[in-house]
Design a protein around this ligand. Structure first.
Ligand SMILES: Cc1ncc(COP(=O)(O)O)c(C=O)c1O
Length: 393
């Protein structure tokens, strides 16, 4: 166990907050921001102070109705970020074992470490299109495993785990009496008429984290929540008393209004995402220098540069000839240098794969405006062409 609160930090969060925004931004994973005006809110509908108790009843009800769960199973949280923290904090003690997918969204690992948990991993291999490797999961699960942690859709790959597979995970977890935490923040990007959640597969075992952040462009509301067995939900409220205690009431009111308009917002976001995904797919298909898994849903892809030593230009990447990758191998330094070159020379940002324990890849997302996607893909094209043929303008 390695617990040190004085050194706790999240490298990914720091990078996401501090990197200067590039003009062409493919680094975001969420949908474009929804302007306040789109919610059609009247000032009389807002108030500053609210009931200050365990959640705002109309908001808890809106969440419970949407997912068809009892209201006692719903807990409010400041974004999926705090929801993930509350999920792990409520079901573990320091030293307990948790089993987290690999690759994973970095802050989940950071939270587990902060809570003093012993982290074990199971694989979501690129060769399996980032599906859950159930054989590996079964090997790593032990009666000491308190919780299993999965993201659906997966960040960074975007891979979707269908319910029957999660049902198989539940069967395995039952044998070891393990909770299953599923971060469903990107699952909202299926934009379903009747939104599904893994919670119903086993409401005594699944703990779901989610928010309005990613699919609806409403990050600023910080409207996150958990679905959990009611005894665990109560523990989460108590832990939250030590942290945020209560919530920003204007945001609670705006969130209730957003829930009432979620169908319209979904239709708008889905149309935008369908258009942008088609552009991205065309782009990827046009490049034989990128190796990628194409996810069924969502904004993100996690490609790898195909590395053929003979075709790369060290000069363009600003690296020494002998640091170029061997034939057929992925060079992590080359990918990192490519991301830097893309940022510095083409004012375009993607997320380097090192933030997802996969330095040979990078993550790019297309939830932004369609014109911005076109421009950014154009820049990416120019950057890739440059490393293949540095003499091109
Ligand atoms: C998998 C995952 N969970 C949670 C979050 C944070 O969500 P929120 O903004 O709702 O806190 C992110 C943000 O990138 C994420 O990728």
């Amino acid at each position: 166990m390695n617990v040190s609160r004085s050194t706790a930090r999240s490298p990914y969060m720091e990078w996401a907050k501090l990197q200067l925004a590039a003009k062409y931004n493919l680094a975001t994973s969420g949908m474009i921001s929804l302007p306040l005006a789109e919610l059609g809110v009247k000032i009389e509908e807002l108030e500053i102070n609210g009931p200050s108790i365990y959640g705002y009843d109309p908001l808890l009800k809106a969440i419970a109705d949407r997912y068809r769960v009892p209201q006692e199973s719903v807990v409010s949280a400041v974004g999926t970020s705090l929801a993930n923290y509350l999920a792990l904090a409520a079901i573990t003690e320091p030293g307990d074992e948790v089993l987290i997918e690999q690759p994973s969204y970095g802050p989940i690992l950071d939270v587990a470490q902060y809570l003093g948990l012993t982290v074990r991993r199971f694989a979501r291999p690129a060769e399996m299109n980032f599906a859950l490797d159930l054989a590996d999961l079964e090997r790593q699960l032990t009666p000491r495993t308190r919780a299993l942690v999965i993201c659906n859709l997966h960040n960074p790959s975007g891979a979707f785990i269908p319910n029957p597979v999660l049902g198989e995970v539940a069967t395995l977890a039952r044998k070891t009496n393990t909770y299953i935490v599923v971060d469903e923040v990107y699952r909202e990007m299926l934009f379903e008429q009747e939104p599904q959640t893994a919670f119903h597969l086993d409401p005594e075992r699944f703990i779901i984290t989610n928010s309005l952040t990613k699919a609806y462009g409403l990050s600023g509301l910080r409207c996150g929540w958990l679905l959990a067995p009611s005894d665990i939900a109560e523990r989460m409220w108590h832990i939250n008393d030590l942290h945020g205690a209560t919530f920003a009431h204007p945001a609670e009111l705006l969130s209730v209004i957003a829930f009432s308009k979620l169908d319209q917002i979904s239709a708008h976001m889905k149309a935008l995402l369908d258009t942008n995904r088609a552009l991205l797919k065309n782009f990827l298909d046009s490049r034989n220098d990128l190796d990628y898994f194409w996810p069924e849903y969502g904004t993100i892809v996690f490609p790898r540069l195909r590395t053929e030593k003979s075709s790369w230009s060290a000069a363009a990447l600003g690296c020494a000839e002998n640091s170029l990758p061997a034939e057929g191998k992925t060079s992590t330094s080359t990918t990192e240098e490519f991301c830097t070159m893309l940022r510095n020379d083409f004012d375009t940002s993607v997320v380097p794969g090192r933030f997802f324990e996969t330095p040979s890849r990078f993550r790019m997302g297309v939830g932004i405006a369609t014109e911005a996607v076109k421009d950014a893909l154009n820049q990416l094209e120019r950057a890739l062409d440059k490393i293949l043929s540095p003499s091109r303008p």
